[in-house]
Design a protein around this ligand. Structure first.
Ligand code: SF4
Length: 86
């Protein structure tokens, strides 16, 4: 299991926590295109969350919104879900 797969991960530079639900990921990679410093695909073509400095908040949200299966969940540090809207 890589970083951010099925469990939230965070970066000190971002106000978000991010999780990718592996079973929903269909390797469309639009998240990687929208937020290339935040998401990448593992050897099986499943998205994970990268280490280091992520993209800005808008790009991360755009990446999550671009996912055709809503496999990306974003929370703030208080555990409030930012995307998808609840
Ligand atoms: S956009 Fe969604 S389905 Fe496509 S790689 Fe990213 S998480 Fe997976």
């Amino acid at each position: 299991m890589k970083r951010g797969q099925n469990e939230f991960t965070q970066s000190p530079d971002s106000k978000f926590r991010i999780k990718v639900i592996n079973s929903l990921c269909i390797s469309a990679a639009t998240c990687v295109i929208r937020a290339p410093n935040t998401f990448d695909l593992d050897d099986d073509g499943i998205a994970y969350v990268k280490e280091g400095t992520w993209d800005d908040a808008i790009a991360i949200i755009e990446g999550a919104k671009s996912c055709p299966t809503t496999a990306i969940i974003i929370e703030d540090f208080q555990g409030n879900q930012v995307y998808p809207a609840v």
